[in-house]
Design a binder for this molecule. Sequence first.
Ligand SMILES: [Zn+2]
Length: 462
Amino acid sequence: MRHAIVLTSLMWLGSSVLSEQSQAMEDVASDWRVAAGAVVITPDEDIWMGGYAARDEPADGKIHDLFAKVLVVEDRHGERLVIVTTDLLGITGELRAAVELQVKQYGVDRKNLLMNASHTHCGPELRSERLLRMGIDSRFAALSRHYVRWISERIARLVGEVVSRVEPARLIYSHARAGFAMNRRLPTGKGFINSPNPDGVTDHQVPVLRVENDAGEIKAVLFGYACHATTLSFQQFCGDYPAFAQQFVEDAHPGAIAMFMNGCSADQNPYPRRTLDLAKQHGRALANGVETALMTKKHIELTGTLGLAFQHVALRFADPPSRADLDQQLQSGNRYIRIHAQSLIDELDSAGHIETEFNHFPVQVVSLGRELILVGICGEAVVDYSLRCKKELSRGPGTGVWVAGYCNDVFGYLPSERVLQEGGYEGGDAMRYTKFPGPFHSSVESRIMNSIHQLANEVAPK
Ligand SMILES: [Zn+2]
């Protein structure tokens, strides 16, 4: 079928060019077998929502359904990459572990599975322990635990179904740009506040992976962008701009599954924001970026095999606060500082010390053929990680580097050494919403980058 299309379009070029072209495309097509699928993961009752600690009531209906989507890429040796994208605030360690366990039966191991959250702030809350810590009615923690089990089963079943129907395909990588993400760390002279900073660092690239079947039909479009999904802050389930972008791409390519992976967007916000119409506008802007990437002649056909590597890195936190510091924090006018201090005092009382190691930080690196390297960083990584990886991992012209944040275990914020030194929300203040003691140790960026380089070497085409 595809050869018929090539025949028609190249008829005037003459038969020798035609046969070379057909031969080249035939070789390429044999490299991959691919399939994609989607499943609804909207909670069937109004459970607590993730994003914005100040929420004081559960969800009240939905704007549209939330989805989990699966892309399976198989190389000619039968090695598989399974990418799961979700309209969720984060992938928790618990969700990842539950999915990982259930997909083993499909030959999908830890290193074969990459899970990403769009970071919509209008999705369900998955962290039942956090709800309890925040003093929210324990009924919602139970609903949250039940929801995690329920979606893990739905996602795992979808993986099994998609794995069973992979078909020969071409993988084509390209990129364009979209401009609505803006740095949100505004220096005031006394520190950094969460406010638009038009002069701050950004990553406006829109990476796109297009899957075409033998007939030349687009079957899936995986795209990324580094921007918080925080246009909206209301009480209805909604996937924010990433969901609208996916919808627009699917509308433009009937029969294709569109999937979104958030990038290193800890310090990036969509502006302006706070209305549904703006979420749709940002979705449209991103979908336009995707369409531009799909039409650009500067695209790269991926050839070769998969390289897969996954590692847990040990990170350290700075010295924890003393008992006296914590007692003082209990008097704070900020409720979240009091809650955080109390949880650390409880830890001190029960364990005798505050844990300062985070030794299961997942880092994942995938080589998609000779031409594309995909890095999956866990947590909310600031944009510095993306820019640094693109510079340091590039294999030169005709190749691409794609860096996704919000992968595998979104535990909290991940600052670079620069942001850690500058301080502010992403530098350490946001830790007060987690069970971790405080800012990371200054070695955080070098430990993660060393791991990324090591894994990138492991997966490099030999
Ligand atoms: Zn965030």
